[in-house]
Design a protein around this ligand. Structure first.
Ligand code: PNS
Length: 163
């Protein structure tokens, strides 16, 4: 049984993330999507519970995918889950430089973790969670960019708050 972990801050999960998770679920027997804290990114927009709920909504129907929240070292989760690899998406040279460093660091930690980098599909290259947060701040419709269930949940939240 070969399990991959797709880690990220998912603040919020985008269609680009979901595409990487789907592709990982074809390459591996099982995938754990792991909602984490990126120490370099500050407070963020959504709480860890909200981000995990959005990920759950997004991966519903993907049979071999589950999701967890993990506040510790990623390499420790890999060992705990007996995972074979981490999977991350890369949209360009900036992502690659960062992910290459992270892969080297994670490989040097307990368990000698391998990282598989998947090139982002062209239609998702220009979008990011940062862009999603900006659009949410300005009340924009995100159905083109976020998993449908997540975009609908956000829209409903706005309607319930009378926005
Ligand atoms: O979606 P992101 O922000 O690119 O995800 C980055 C994340 C959360 C995967 C990364 O910051 C991370 O692995 N954080 C957990 C702590 C850790 O294991 N850091 C690396 C070794 S010090």
């Amino acid at each position: 049984m070969r399990r991959a972990i797709c880690p990220g801050s998912f603040d919020p999960i985008t269609l680009g993330h979901l595409d990487i998770i789907r592709r990982a679920s074809v390459l591996f027997d099982a995938v754990t999507v792991c909602v984490m804290v990126n120490g370099g990114k500050g407070g963020g927009m959504f709480s860890a519970e909200e981000r995990l709920e959005f990920v759950r909504l997004a991966v519903e129907g993907l049979e071999n995918v589950d999701c967890v929240r993990w506040d510790g070292l990623l390499a420790d989760l890999v060992v705990q889950q007996g995972a074979s690899a981490l999977v991350k998406g890369v949209r360009g040279a900036g992502d690659f430089d960062w992910e290459y460093q992270m892969a080297c660091i994670n490989r040097g930690l307990g368990g000698a973790v391998e990282t598989v980098l998947l090139p982002a599909a062209p239609e998702y290259v220009y979008f990011s969670s940062t862009m999603a947060r900006e659009m949410i701040r300005y009340g924009q419709d995100l159905r083109k960019y976020l998993p449908t269930a997540v975009a609908d949940r956000l829209r409903k939240g706005n309607e319930d708050h009378g926005e």
